[in-house]
Design a protein around this ligand. Structure first.
Ligand SMILES: [Zn+2]
Length: 380
């Protein structure tokens, strides 16, 4: 007896090279069968996903979801899980001094699967407290007062099941050097924001991540992907060769159509698509993962590519590809059901510039560990 069967959907699972109509059967929180025509009478619940795209549960590799513990944070259950992200990576909202509260009061109580990067700054992202407060200046100029490498390593060691690496953002390069040191002694990855380029890239090794790939800030200073004359900085190609991963990290200030178009035309694609959801981006221009994936389709990536960059590739970065980001038999039964709408849809970048897309993905159903979280597409 199966717990749930999703029938008649178009399954897109890049981990197995699948893009065709198939049924998926689940039991005890895992995928048990994936093939044509599974007998519907053998299940407690049957969802008819005819006309829908069925994918592994989406994985958003950059969110801020320490809800109620940081004023910028969003609630993972409503902002992520209900929008199709069954697993997320919190990108450094907390540091070594306040991670345990995040773990106890949010991570352990959420249905959303939450992994975390520990901020190299001991208190996490306090720097954007209020417009009249000067935390960024203080922190950037005085890393040694806000960072404790030993304490950071200790908290990583104690929470290795959740913490997968270290986040460096809004700090000077001295902070990045300390993040590198902490990551090397903890044997974990670094996610660095795409600033202080091209020097920043020199600190990153195989498996590390650059986020905010297509931001268009301080371009006159070569601060991100492109030089002043619009060429990809050559150090990015070198970083790709040594296995550095490129993450979208859309956010409220880090997605610029022109930078994205230029980057893509010069061969720089995001390995992973992520939202950088926080209260400053959730009500536009980001909204959610499917909207962000739709923007990359507008830019020329295929449906398979955007799904791979939102499922299997982030799962590999998390080191969880046997259980997440795949519909292989034996994997966790995390599934996102998307409507692939055709028409004319406006999409905006973080500078307020618009483009019209012909396709828009919208989440209409989510299954987490074999349990139906919600279903807007079929009547049982
Ligand atoms: Zn962020």
């Amino acid at each position: 007896m199966f717990d749930v069967i999703v029938k008649n959907g178009v399954v897109v699972d890049p981990s197995q090279g699948i893009h065709e109509q198939k049924d998926i059967a689940m039991a005890h929180g895992r995928i048990v069968e994936l093939r044509r025509c599974i007998n519907a009478s053998a299940a407690r619940h049957v969802l008819n996903a005819s006309g829908m795209v069925v994918t592994p549960g989406l994985i958003d590799l950059h969110v801020h979801c320490n809800a109620n513990l940081m004023h910028l944070a969003i609630d993972p259950e409503t902002a992520c899980l209900l929008k199709g992200s069954t697993t997320v990576l919190d990108a450094g909202s907390t540091g070594e001094l306040n991670f345990m509260g995040f773990r106890k009061y949010v991570i352990e109580k959420s249905k959303t699967g939450i992994f975390a990067l520990l901020n190299i700054e001991s208190l996490g992202m306090v720097e954007f407290a209020r417009a009249n407060q000067k935390w960024p200046e203080l922190i950037t100029g005085q890393d040694e007062l806000f960072i404790d490498v030993e304490g950071t390593c200790e908290v990583i060691h104690q929470n290795r099941d959740i913490i997968l690496g270290i986040k460096w953002a809004h700090h000077s390069l001295k902070g990045l050097a300390l993040a590198r040191r902490a990551a090397d002694s903890s044997n974990c990855i670094v996610m660095a924001e795409n600033h202080h380029q091209p020097i920043c890239l020199k600190y990153l090794k195989n498996g590390d991540i650059i986020t905010h790939l297509y931001h268009g800030l301080r371009m006159e200073q070569n601060d991100g992907l492109l030089t002043v004359d619009g060429k990809v900085q050559p150090e990015f190609y070198e970083a790709l060769k040594r296995g550095v991963m490129l993450d979208l990290g859309h956010g409220a200030g880090s997605f610029d159509w022109k930078v994205a178009e230029s980057g893509l035309s010069q061969g720089i694609k995001p390995d992973t698509i992520s939202t950088d959801l926080h209260i400053g981006s959730i009500n536009g221009p980001v909204y959610d993962m499917p909207t962000t994936m739709s923007k990359l389709m507008l830019l020329g990536m295929t449906l398979e590519e955007v799904i791979e960059a939102s499922t299997f590739k982030p799962a590999k970065i998390l080191g969880k590809q046997d259980h997440l980001g795949t519909l292989k038999e034996g994997a966790f039964a995390d599934i996102t059901i998307l409507k692939d709408m055709k028409g004319k849809f406006p999409f905006f970048d973080t500078k307020g510039e618009g483009r019209i897309g012909k396709q828009k993905l919208e989440t209409v159903g989510v299954i987490k560990r074999g349990k139906i979280v919600f279903n807007l597409f079929t009547v049982n």
